[in-house]
Design a binder for this molecule. Structure first.
Ligand code: HEM
Length: 161
């Protein structure tokens, strides 16, 4: 996979937009994380089946203690991806971490559509969280960072059959 050799232009302004909006959301990260995932399941109810801790649980979705950490990981890792795109022109993640991420997401049957729905829900959640400072530029910056993060994860996933 030649992903690692492509250098992306990601400006200081774009980085700033991601960091600024994440800083606004950070203190309520758990709540936004929950909203984020509820949006995913609203659009794609079947995505719930992917998460073992939802599948095997009698606890109502919004009370499941394991959902918020995954949601926060997506936010934090996308934000970190933005910082690296700006600094390095690519998303740098430790090989061992990427291998783990690739393996876990393949194992549970995460496919392209899940990443797409997740992106949509992520952007909607940020829009709701930041209110009037939301802008097309902010949307673009988060989109680019997310897409590159996902490309890095996918490069370590098994091909979909
Ligand atoms: C596990 C991050 C997208 C489903 C994880 C873990 C991380 C993570 C850090 C824990 C891995 C470990 O065990 O060490 C991300 C990031 C994403 C993303 C950064 C997007 C940029 C998705 C999507 C789905 C998904 C789209 C499905 C809708 C899962 C499942 C697990 C998992 C089922 C295993 C849950 C468990 O630990 O029981 N993800 N994820 N992820 N992720 Fe994601």
């Amino acid at each position: 996979v030649s992903y690692g050799y492509v250098v992306i232009m990601f400006t200081k302004e774009e980085e700033g937009l991601v960091v600024k909006s994440w800083n606004l959301m950070k203190k309520d990260a758990a709540e936004w994380g929950l909203k984020f995932f509820l949006k995913i399941f609203e659009i794609a109810p079947s995505a719930q089946k992917i998460f073992p801790f939802l599948r095997d649980s009698n606890v109502p979705l919004e009370q499941n203690p394991k959902l918020k950490p995954h949601a926060k990981s997506v936010f934090v890792m996308t934000c970190e991806a933005a910082l690296q795109l700006r600094k390095e022109g690519k998303v740098v993640i430790r090989e061992s971490t990427l291998t783990k991420l690739g393996t876990v997401h393949s194992k549970y049957g995460v496919v392209d559509e899940h990443f797409e729905v997740t992106k949509y829900a992520l952007l909607e959640t940020i829009e709701e969280a930041v209110g009037e400072i939301w802008s097309p530029e902010m949307k673009k910056a988060w989109s680019v960072a997310y897409d590159h993060l996902v490309a890095a994860i996918k490069s370590h996933m098994n091909p979909q059959s």
